[in-house]
Design a binder for this molecule. Structure first.
Ligand SMILES: C[C@](O)(CO)[C@H](O)COP(=O)(O)OP(=O)(O)OC[C@H]1O[C@@H](n2ccc(N)nc2=O)[C@H](O)[C@@H]1O
Ligand SMILES: Nc1ncnc2c1ncn2[C@@H]1O[C@H](COP(=O)(O)OP(=O)(O)OP(=O)(O)O)[C@@H](O)[C@H]1O
Length: 305
């Protein structure tokens, strides 16, 4: 059988927002039980993976603007390389891969950039190495590398899964219907936040009393109907108080969204990116212009899905 040494796969690795993020308690392993409505947005890295001959290493070339690639490792600690190394260990193969990763998603933003890259690497790697594995197996491998990765594997492998209710540590992914094109404005302040540091500053008071109401389910119902006003009333992020304790300047971003008349806005994941929902794309673009003038960070008007 001829080796398909030149087989190449190019995939988008989208960013995500946590439209609702509820913490339910701390686990014995130090992680938190959560439930969250996650959805991809129209901001994405691009990954190109080419299969190389047996015995070759996994190599990575990083492309993108300096402010986006700064701090992103190019060695074996990059999540893309870790994902491909895990894949070939699991498959017990020694095929190599050369990867070109173009960064557009900012890091330390709560937008899941590195996790999405890792998920795209798993999907692309399985394709170019012709493993023929089901999505579920790739999600399981991804879950060992990071809590957000199973969601992204599902979203990248099947566009219908670009929105999901995520539970457990992040490994339980239940796709939920979404209506394309809901406008959002995302702001990434100059400062970033470490996910571990934000979880580390979380206190039980930040999420006490949540048991009674499943706001994530309400948010999923609103997203399925495409009703942005209803979705705006279901926003919640239990990590936001901890993020604000660590980075008080986030209050300035919150106030900026208020000043733009945005009806629903919050932090995404562990931050520092912040987003707001808008009824139309023209209103989102107008708000983005105002937010840029307020100089709160890199600002993008885009859509969910
Ligand atoms: C904030 C979110 O992005 C929301 O989707 C995720 O919960 C975090 O996902 P992630 O970046 O893939 O996180 P991981 O790489 O698995 O873990 C980073 C750190 O976050 C904390 N962590 C993460 C997930 C979770 N359910 N509970 C936690 O307490 C742990 O301190 C962990 O050391
Ligand atoms: N492919 C990658 N892209 C970006 N960062 C990476 C990558 N691989 C490893 N990293 C490291 O991981 C750190 C966090 O990156 P990432 O963008 O995933 O975090 P995040 O925005 O906090 O995402 P999340 O929403 O998953 O918490 C970076 O600061 C960087 O050192």
């Amino acid at each position: 059988m001829p080796l398909s040494a030149s087989l190449t796969c190019r995939l988008d690795a989208p960013a995500k927002l946590n439209l609702c993020l509820e913490l339910l308690g701390r686990r014995d392993d130090g992680f938190h039980h959560l439930r969250s409505l996650m959805a991809t947005i129209g901001l994405r890295d691009t990954l190109r993976v080419t299969a190389e001959a047996p015995g070759s290493p996994v190599t990575l070339k990083l492309l993108g603007a300096p402010h986006l690639t700064r701090g992103v490792p190019t060695d074996g600690s990059n999540l893309v390389v870790r994902a491909l190394e895990s894949l070939r260990q699991e498959a017990q193969i020694d095929r190599g891969a050369s990867v070109q990763l173009t960064k557009r998603v900012p890091s330390q933003a709560g937008l899941g950039g590195g996790s999405s890259d890792a998920a795209a690497a798993l999907v692309a790697g399985a394709h170019v190495w012709e493993l023929g594995w089901p999505r579920e197996r790739l999600m399981e491998i991804g879950g060992r590398l990071g809590s957000d990765i199973p969601f992204f594997v599902a979203a990248i492998a099947d566009r219908r899964r670009r929105a999901a209710v995520v539970a457990g540590r992040g490994e339980q992914v239940t796709p939920t219907p979404w209506v394309a094109g809901l406008p959002v404005v995302v702001v990434k302040p100059a400062g970033g936040l470490s996910t571990a540091a934000v979880y580390g500053r979380c206190q039980p008071e930040d999420y006490a009393g949540v048991e009674g109401r499943d706001r994530t389910n309400d948010a999923a119902t609103a997203l399925a109907s495409g009703d942005w006003r209803r979705l705006a009333t279901t926003l919640r992020n239990h990590l936001q108080p901890a993020a604000v304790r660590l980075a008080p300047w986030l209050e300035g971003v919150r106030r900026a969204f208020d000043r733009c008349g945005c009806a629903g806005h919050q932090l995404s994941g562990s931050g520092s990116a912040y987003f707001g929902l808008f009824p139309t794309m023209s209103e989102a673009r107008r708000a983005a212009v105002r937010l840029r003038a307020l100089r709160v960070g890199q600002t993008l008007a885009t859509t969910i899905g």
